[in-house]
Design a protein around this ligand. Structure first.
Ligand SMILES: C[S@@+](CC[C@H](N)C(=O)[O-])C[C@H]1O[C@@H](n2cnc3c(N)ncnc32)[C@H](O)[C@@H]1O
Length: 280
């Protein structure tokens, strides 16, 4: 696929720059290519195209392996040739969102960005207030947490607005698999909130599902949750990203749309961006 390249190298500007592994590049290629195809393919049919980034980061990241610095999600989404009409970004850390603001102002040809600092799960009503609700608005929501600290209630509220496509990083291996022993304890609320269900432990406690199948259980339950909201669930819309040095699975990037066109766009870009393994 020719045209927009989501991977843009930039110079150190002295502001905060989190470090990432090179496997992050796959995520940026995929989300950037989707933003590009989404705005170029939909701008004639929809008056408003909205970008929502619930875990936005600082706008730049440094590749651990070679020290190069690249633009990250929000700045990739503001760099596409056909811009979104509005950007709404949430980020927990003040120094990151301030750096993002300064970087966006420098490179941004006047795009409309609303910044909401703090926990996006807790701030979700403020985020929802910022999202245009008109029927002529089509939305893309990128959800990129480090761990499973994404509450299903948050996704449900965004989905309830109207037409929204989601690309969600599911940290099933990075967090889920490694921390089963913590999450199975009744006092841990993380998975309860991630799945929006307090009874998920029951089949594990009864021995009907084995610990080794925890990751698959999380992925299937998440898919069911999305299906219940009216989203299409299809294994081809999910990719496993691995640590490319150790060949260890890290997370899945899961795409959910209610529309055939959204799903077709995603399949098309996946073909060209060649991320790694399909899920299960
Ligand atoms: C994996 S990084 C992703 C950053 C960015 N999307 C990118 O493209 O690199 C996750 C970001 O979410 C932020 N974060 C963690 N918990 C959060 C929360 N509850 N609400 C909002 N942001 C959060 C972190 O500070 C971090 O910057």
């Amino acid at each position: 696929m020719k045209g927009f390249d989501p991977i843009a190298f930039v110079k150190d500007d002295g502001l905060i720059i989190p470090e990432i592994g090179t496997w992050g590049l796959q995520k940026y290629k995929l989300m950037g290519a989707y933003c590009d195809i989404f705005t170029s393919g939909m701008r004639k049919q929809w008056e408003q195209l909205i970008y929502i980034d619930l875990f936005s980061g600082a706008g730049y990241a440094k590749l651990k392996q070679d020290g190069r610095i690249i633009k990250t999600s929000t700045l990739i989404a503001t760099s596409i040739p056909n811009k979104f009409t509005k950007y709404i970004v949430g980020e927990f850390e003040g120094d990151k969102i301030n750096a993002l603001k300064q970087r966006a102002e420098l490179c941004n040809n006047g795009v409309n960005i609303e910044y909401i600092q703090g926990d996006s799960n807790k701030n979700i009503n403020r985020i929802i207030d910022a999202i245009p609700k008109e029927n002529n608005a089509l939305r893309f929501c990128f959800v990129d947490p480090f761990s499973l600290n994404l509450e299903f209630e948050t996704i449900k509220k965004v989905a309830a607005i109207g037409r929204v496509d989601f690309l969600i990083l599911l940290a099933l291996q990075m967090d889920g698999k490694r921390n089963f022993h913590n999450y199975i304890r009744d006092e841990s609320e993380k998975i309860d909130k991630f799945l929006g269900n307090n009874n998920w432990r029951d089949p594990f406690k009864r021995g009907e599902i084995h610990q080794k199948d925890f990751m698959k259980f999380l992925a299937d339950t998440y898919d069911n949750n999305m299906k219940n909201l009216g989203y299409v669930v299809d294994p081809v819309l999910k990719y496993e990203v691995k640590n490319d040095e150790a060949n260890v699975p890290l997370y899945y990037l899961a795409f959910y749309s209610k529309s055939k066109k959204g799903n077709d766009f995603y399949k098309k870009i996946e073909k060209y961006q060649s991320p790694q393994q399909k899920l299960f």
